[in-house]
Design a protein around this ligand. Structure first.
Ligand SMILES: *[C@@H]1O[C@H](CO)[C@@H](O)[C@H](O)[C@H]1NC(C)=O
Ligand SMILES: *[C@@H]1O[C@H](CO)[C@@H](O)[C@H](O)[C@H]1NC(C)=O
Ligand SMILES: *[C@@H]1O[C@H](CO)[C@@H](O)[C@H](O)[C@H]1NC(C)=O
Length: 398
């Protein structure tokens, strides 16, 4: 009885849940640079296949892991989740699936993407849209999840809340330099064919949706009646748009219903392992009205993978000045600064020659000690034997 009451209460109040979409259009104009390359220039409509999904491109998966925006507590951060999902997957696509999978820090974007009103803190859990994130990432870098995990709450854009490490006896400190990710270009688009072209040419996109109570609470019932595809006869208006999700592909059911392949950010227990199919070509849930794309940058990762940059526990990848300051505050044992690390990797051949010489010396030393020990033992035995001959042990009974 009590359980049922809770469920009804949840259903009754669900419409008040905004998943975290708030349009920045009223204060942020959508002006794309004149020279920006769009998918319209890259793909012709005739080239688009009937089915396409970045989770399975000729048997290869080119998307990253699933997450949940609502834990450890409710947070309206769908704008962060829908956008990072596309960025992570586009990095994977651009790198042709090579190691490693990258997950941008959702919490750092929450902490740092600014509010339109400069006197207000970053919106975080209070909502925003992909354009705000792309605009920020054009000028700034963010680290990955290992610098700052998702906490589902509003924090600040301090060094400590962008990347940190901790150690018993030292507390926690900010890591000043890390591998950063941003975007080199971005834009918005709308309409079924434009969406398909962009996805096919360059990777997943992020779109906005009106995800009402039926989508939230009755998703399973709905799709069971439509071959696994969510479909509704209801129509929506712009002011009902409340959610961002990533669109990674499309297809057609056996009976001919066209659908989108969409990643949600409500955990893998929602929909089909966290993903949904939504009817395509009908602007269902306003899905085809407003989408965003961007081209990720990851030069920092390339440098690390090429062995040009290394990091340390205390300083991360840092400059000499920064690490000197850290050394003082932490009174830590000597740690290597970036220039030292680089120098070392350059002089590795000299170093290994030195190590070789030292090893030969060590072997000689061990051999000499063994000889000396053997000689001393022999001497002792000889002395004891002579003593036994001249002076038989007392009480020894033959
Ligand atoms: C910005 O926020 C402050 C504090 O809430 C408010 O007083 C001010 O009117 C806001 N400015 C704009 C332009 O919205
Ligand atoms: C991008 O958004 C602006 C502002 O809403 C709109 O006027 C424009 O048509 C959109 N661009 C595309 C390609 O849909
Ligand atoms: C969910 O489905 C049930 C049973 O089919 C129905 O009674 C209820 O009105 C639906 N709720 C929503 C929000 O669509």
């Amino acid at each position: 009885m009590a359980f049922r009451a809770t469920c009804l209460l949840l259903l009754g109040s669900a419409s008040s849940a905004n998943h975290g979409y708030r349009s920045s259009r009223p204060w942020l104009p959508r002006d794309m640079p004149k020279d920006v390359v769009t998918a319209e220039m890259l793909v012709a409509e005739d080239d688009l296949p009937e089915n396409f999904d970045w989770r399975n491109v000729n048997g290869r998966n080119l998307v990253t892991s699933d997450v949940n925006q609502h834990i450890p507590q409710y947070c309206g951060s769908c704008w962060i989740h829908g956008t990072t999902a596309s960025l992570n997957d586009r990095i994977k696509v651009m790198r042709n699936g090579q190691f490693p999978d990258v997950m941008l820090s959702r919490q750092v974007l929450m902490n740092c993407v600014p509010s339109p009103n400069k006197s207000l803190p970053p919106p975080g859990c209070d909502g925003g849209d992909p354009w705000m994130i792309h605009q920020y990432l054009k000028e700034h870098d963010v680290p990955d999840e290992t610098c700052m995990p998702y906490q589902a709450k509003n924090m600040e854009c301090t060094p400590m809340d962008q990347c940190r490490n901790c150690l018993p006896g030292h507390g926690c400190w900010s890591i000043k330099t890390w591998t950063g990710y941003g975007v080199s270009s971005y834009g918005n688009l709308s309409g079924e064919v434009a969406m398909m072209k962009e996805i096919y040419a360059r990777g997943p996109i992020t779109c906005s949706f009106a995800t009402d109570d039926e989508f939230m609470m009755n998703f399973s019932q709905n799709v069971m009646e439509h071959e696994g595809v969510y479909s509704t006869k209801k129509t929506y208006t712009e002011d009902q748009v409340d959610h961002n999700m990533e669109v990674t592909g499309w297809g057609v059911t056996n009976s001919g219903t066209k659908y989108w392949v969409i990643r949600n950010s409500w955990g893998t227990y929602f929909g089909s392992n966290g993903w949904v199919k939504l009817e395509r070509g009908k602007n269902m849930l306003m899905s085809e009205a407003d989408c965003d794309w961007s081209i990720p940058r990851f030069e920092g990762l390339d440098e690390v993978l090429a062995g040009k940059v290394l990091g340390s526990y205390m300083a991360g990848m840092t400059t000499k000045v920064e690490s000197e300051k850290l050394k003082e505050t932490l009174k830590a044992p000597k740690f290597k600064t970036l220039p030292t690390v680089l120098e070392q990797s350059r002089s590795r051949t000299q170093e290994s020659a030195l190590v070789e010489t030292f090893r030969v010396f060590q072997v000689a030393l061990v051999a000499l000690s063994l000889l000396a020990v053997g000689y001393a033992a022999g001497k002792l035995r000889a002395r004891r034997d002579s003593r036994e001959k001249t002076q038989p042990l007392l009480g020894h009974d033959y």
